[in-house]
Design a protein. Sequence first.
Length: 133
Amino acid sequence: MQIKSIQEEIINICINAKNAGKILSYLSGNDRNYALKCILKELKINKADILNANIQDIKNAELNNLSPQFIKRLTINESVFNYMLQRIEETIALDDPIGRILDGHTGPDGLIIQKISSAVYVDLGQGAVCACL
């Protein structure tokens, strides 16, 4: 895979994450947790395939003379994979952050003003945006 196609693929992944984040932000906390549980289940089922595909990704990165720093970030070994699973499980256990009233007051005219938590989208440049819930 050439570097430009890798960059294009990363941008596509981020755009898809942005779109998914928008959809997920409208779901209930239970529905978002169900989605995370499904992701967790699929990761566990496909663990061997994911780790084998990552080995090929590392080989391709080395063939394309990508930096050792990039290759280190790209590498998913058993420990990294288990850490990802653990972090998803920890996320499921968290209280739902979306829709929580963080601060607020009533203005002199009776208008209620509130700061409410919501989904956040992070702009990575070049039109790529990742969703953070």
